[in-house]
Design a protein around this ligand. Structure first.
Ligand code: ATP
Ligand code: MG
Length: 270
């Protein structure tokens, strides 16, 4: 039996097929690779590991005396996994931008024949946790999401229509003119944690969507597939990204197993 492991900056994702050929998925924090080793040792039937991700060398150090590893470059594994997941979900698209919101964000263009990394940004899931922690003291991922889901952004973000009061707006009035822009203009800083966290998610989601849309336009594709564990249990962030993508006339696609494209690709590579 084989498994695929994607050792990312924050999370280590594992994918394998059950006896009945169902995809099984699980994750560990990447700063606890010892637990990954213990999990592998408990599953004696694992013959070999397909590996990918930026922390693969760190994992190799921990498991080298128990199992051999077949390495595949992260971007190749991710695209292999995305193609597989699109197929199993019966999403039939000829081309798309693939935006992987991990600790940082990587953006790819995929057509039927080829794929290429087109860009990225340091604004990603790590930024979400970092800014959340610095502005509210909350660093627990689940708690950030729970609070952000209850928050509202309109007291903190400055919208285009807030500037163009009583006038026609040159672009959609609902677009953000300035993330966090109201704070300086109204001179208030006493906002609820919920609202600050919702606004942090807004900033992260809009930067990533805006950049993805520009690459979609450049590559003449309509679809943007958003993946990465940052989307896990994060309805507000997904809403921000879907809403912005639709506002700019593109189609946002989310996959159920969004966090595991790399691990699935590493599994398929063996
Ligand atoms: P990279 O690909 O940039 O090396 P990665 O592969 O570790 O990083 P992902 O696992 O796709 O990245 O996503 C990591 C992000 O997912 C975190 O920054 C955080 O925002 C979010 N996240 C989701 N679940 C958790 C969790 N249980 N603990 C910590 N972060 C989580
Ligand atoms: Mg990753």
């Amino acid at each position: 039996k084989y498994i695929g492991i994607d050792t990312g900056g924050t999370l280590t994702k594992i994918a394998f097929l059950s006896a009945t050929n169902e995809l099984q998925l699980l994750a560990f924090p990447s700063n606890d690779l010892q637990s990954v080793k213990e999990w592998i040792l408990q599953h004696a039937s694992i013959a070999a590991i397909g590996a990918t991700g930026g922390r693969t060398e760190q994992l190799r150090e921990v498991v080298k005396d128990i199992r051999s590893m077949h390495y595949i470059v992260e971007f190749e594994a991710t695209l292999k996994g995305v193609r597989y997941l699109l197929q199993t979900e019966k999403v039939d698209i000829q081309d798309a931008i693939i935006t992987n919101v991990g600790t940082g964000t990587s953006i790819h263009y995929m057509s039927e024949e080829t794929h290429v990394r087109v860009g990225g940004t340091g604004v990603g899931g790590g930024t979400l946790i970092g800014l959340a922690g610095l502005t509210t003291g909350v660093t627990d991922y689940e708690q950030i999401n729970m609070l952000a889901n209850r928050g509202t952004r309109h007291g903190i973000d400055l919208l285009v229509k807030d500037i163009y009061q009583g006038m026609d707006t040159p672009i959609s009035g609902d677009l953000t003119a300035s993330n966090f822009g109201k704070v300086g203009i109204i001179g208030r800083t006493d906002f609820a944690q919920e609202d600050i966290l919702a606004t942090v998610q807004g900033l992260v989601g809009e930067v990533i969507s805006t950049l993805s849309i520009q690459y979609a336009e450049q590559n003449k594709t309509k679809h943007i597939v958003y993946i990465g564990s940052t989307l896990s249990d994060n309805d507000h962030l997904k809403y921000v990204m879907a809403h912005y993508t639709e506002l700019k006339k593109h189609t946002a696609i989310f996959l159920p197993d969004h966090g595991y494209a790399g691990a699935v690709g590493a599994l398929l590579n063996i």
